[in-house]
Design a protein around this ligand. Structure first.
Ligand code: 25A
Ligand code: L14
Length: 341
């Protein structure tokens, strides 16, 4: 496949707009780019690199002639339209959670498991943003030293919950500074029974709860990590927390490797050469990753690497990346680039 016709479903959303930007910036060989969203957005104009694109309503017929369709409009839209796109000859790269755990759908981070791409039958799933940045940083460590246990706590940005959540944080910040009543309608999840303010707060709930007591976001991190590494023996635990940060998810990650006598310098050496990873780790100069500085950047930033003081094979890391880029739009476009290779 070369010079393809592309569609973006959810093109007006937080992720869809970044997909268009990345396609243009990376000179993706697209013959045409068709923007799709809900009926509400039909007719809206979106500009990128001096070109104006018009948004159309998503319908089954909109996929006629499309070779690659990026989906980022929520699971229900993927459920309704992904097969319609595949039926018309498109390969779907899906950003929602809908197909990720389907055994016939590859779940791909190009730096980690590109070989899975060959097995697709029309749909390829883009993993959850928190999972992508974590596995991208841990993959070279796992390859070298093994990795049998992982405990992660996340500090996630509101943009993960879409454009509405970004607006909510901005509105609440204004309400707070004006000492007026704070309105909470979007977070922790628009379908949750109760809503809490995110401005000046931390909410230990992302997505809905499962009967296990874990949230769906935590279960996504646990299950997707095992699927991407193709390692179902590994012990994985996750706690996901929302912070009043616009973009950039941060993660405190504890790992136990298989080998003894590994040093922080050994881990540094591995991460310095890891594709898509930037090491920022120097306590002497206060160098460590922060979400504010990850915004707009493609890489996964890693720092604060320490050996556990009690466990001989335990290490702590701090991993930060722009959740809308490597966590979503960039990873999807990289998948498409691999398909054309
Ligand atoms: O996987 P999940 O859990 O099911 O959910 C994934 C959701 O999380 C977001 C993303 O939301 C996605 O919907 N997300 C963030 N990070 C992600 C990541 N890493 C991620 N998802 C996956 N991986 P989003 O805000 O980025 O995008 C939503 C897009 O979906 C379009 N859409 C909605 N319904 C649709 C549809 N497209 C096709 N058919 C449908 N029926 C949506 O487009 C958006 O592009 P839109 O047309 O609804 O336009 C959005 C514009 O309209 C404004 N608006 C929103 N609500 C209202 C409204 N205007 C008036 N009234 C409203 N009620 C918005 O301000 C926006 O401008
Ligand atoms: O499953 O709210 O990819 O931060 C990514 C963003 C789920 C929600 C996914 C968030 C979505 C998540």
């Amino acid at each position: 496949m070369k010079n393809v016709n592309v569609a973006i479903v959810g093109a007006t959303g937080a992720v869809g707009t970044k997909i268009l930007e990345k396609l243009v910036e990376r000179k993706f060989p697209a013959k045409s780019i068709k923007l799709l969203a809900s009926k509400r957005s039909a007719g809206v104009e979106i500009k990128a690199a001096g070109e104006t694109y018009i948004v159309h309503e998503t319908t089954p017929e909109a996929f006629e002639g499309i070779d690659i369709a990026f989906f980022s409009a929520g699971g229900s839209i993927s459920e309704k339209f992904a097969h319609e796109a595949v039926k018309r000859g498109a390969v779907v790269i899906d950003n929602t959670s809908f197909f990720r755990m389907d055994p016939n759908t590859p779940l791909v981070v190009p730096e980690v498991n590109p070989q899975e791409l060959e097995k697709h039958s029309g749909i390829i799933a883009n993993p959850n943003c928190s999972t992508i940045q974590m596995v991208a940083a841990l993959k070279p460590i796992k390859d070298q030293y093994g990795l049998n246990r992982l405990i992660v706590s996340t500090y996630q940005a509101v943009s993960g919950a879409g454009a509405e959540a970004i607006d909510e944080l901005a509105d609440q910040s204004k309400q707070f500074s004006e000492r007026s009543e704070i309105k909470a309608e979007v977070l922790p999840s628009s379908s949750a029974e109760r809503h809490y303010p995110i401005a000046f707060n931390a909410i230990p709930q992302i997505d809905l709860f499962d009967e296990s007591g874990y949230t769906l976001e935590e279960l996504k991190m646990i299950n997707e990590t095992k699927k991407i590494f193709n390692d179902y023996e590994m012990s994985v635990a996750a706690t996901c927390v929302r912070l009043p940060v616009v973009s950039g998810h941060s993660e405190s990650v504890y790992i136990e490797i298989d080998k003894d006598n590994v040093t922080v310098a050994d881990i540094h050496a591995i991460l310095k050469n890891a594709p898509g990873v930037v090491l920022q780790d120097d306590p002497a100069t206060q160098l460590y990753p922060m979400p504010l500085y990850s915004e707009g950047k493609d890489e996964v930033f890693v720092g604060r690497i320490r050996k556990d003081l009690n466990h001989p094979r335990g290490f702590h890391l701090w991993i930060v990346s722009d959740n809308l880029l490597k966590g979503a739009a960039l990873n999807s476009v990289q998948i498409a680039e691999k398909l054309l290779d």
